[in-house]
Design a protein around this ligand. Sequence first.
Ligand SMILES: [Fe+2]
Length: 525
Amino acid sequence: MASLNFERLLSSKIRRRQVLIGAGGLTGLAIATQLPTRVIAQPKFSDYPFKLGVASGEPYPDSVVLWTRLAPDPLNGGGVSADNVSVQWQIATDENMRQIVYQGTEIATREFGHSVHVEVGGLQPSRWYWYQFKVGNEVSPIGRTRTAPNLRDRVNRFRFAFASCQNWQQGYFTPYKYMAQEDLDLVVHLGDYIYEGGVSATAVRPHNGSEPYTLEEYRNRHALYKTDVNLQATHAAFPWIVTWDDHEVDNNYADEVPQDPELQSTEDFLRRRAAAYQAYYEHMPLRRFSIPRGPDMQLYRRLTFGDLAEFNVLDTRQYRSDQACGDGQDVGCTEALDPSRTITGAEQERWLFDGLGRSQARWNILAQQVFMAQRDFEPEAEVRLSMDAWDGYAASRDRLFDFIQKRQPSNPIVLTGDVHANWVADLKADFSNPNSATLGTEFIGTSISSGGDGSDTNANTESILAENPHIKFFNNQRGYVRCELTPARWQSDYRVVTAVTTPEAPITTRASFVVENGKPGVQRV
Ligand SMILES: [Fe+2]
């Protein structure tokens, strides 16, 4: 792996003394941007403007997105007084920013919270790059990113980690301290990047204000989360692919239905959703096609890594039918079986089947939010299911599983967040029949911090595993899942920390699982 000075990413003192922009010889093309009028090129800031760090994402073979947001006063609206600020960027092939291949200027606008999204093209596949921003006399930390392999290239190894559910109030983001030091090509985030709750009396570290409704409030919440040094280090170390779940807007919302529809009209909720979506876009390294239009935002998309892996990144919140029988657990909810129900919406479902049908990749990944395998919580004969997960959208899951059985895409693997615990499950043609065909495997990753320290097992672990023979593993600690893919094998390592309510805790690999190419069904290592 290319070298990365981890200490430097964490040291803001050093950051401010790096005056590297302009130090390197130009080996590539300088991009001249047509500047609109009233752009401030030499702004004065009340404080360091790169307090939210840098990030990159959406790796294509020739292109990545570089991100930052100018925010000298991040928890109070950002603190940039000018409307439009000219921000310089550079991308280089070395960590000291000497071999610069491209540089340019992007305008950070008030409209988008002075965030910066640069789609850099013309890059070489499968290689590391380093990047940096400059505004006035201030320079950002240096970030590192990596392009995807060419679409048809044979890829012998690919490594990534996935994470979800980082509740600021319930713990430190210690897992990211370790993730930043892993040997990875990519990080995937499966949602609950922020939590929308107000200040909790029992918080390990409190939220900055009450529950957000407006754009400014969502910006301040995202900014708070982005000040975490371990999160910043992992963003600076790897390109990310992100998708959201519910807490980026409102707990358990479904399309245009809020958590508490009796307290909020549809119009008010759609206004709130628009604010939340825009703040999400502003704080993530997303491509231009994800710029929100009112309450709508294109987040489902596909990213391919040579012949080895294809990620179908799903959005199971924006288009879903409202939860059946309430959004908790339910026994015998017939509404959940209604064939017209959908968790993806019809258009995303068509797009997903089309992609899975055409895919040439060895491993076909669904990177998504909520539990797909059936999970019966009831040890008795009754079946008690979560109505917020795919169990509450049986028709969606049946259509997907029918498609997989008919078209047999190569090695389906589902990645899931949401439930703040580690699980591993095989996906069965009929979950009530252990002898039915195994169609793929679902790796459910625990939270970064949501739920606090947790414990290895729960009181009901044994009964849930006994009740659901397709579920192979449960663990209730915090951490992330590290995955290594080769043409022959998929391995998932469940990395867990002993605590998140105290800032420093060691990490271990709690368990590892493999799926062999062409042999559906997971095995414990
Ligand atoms: Fe969560």
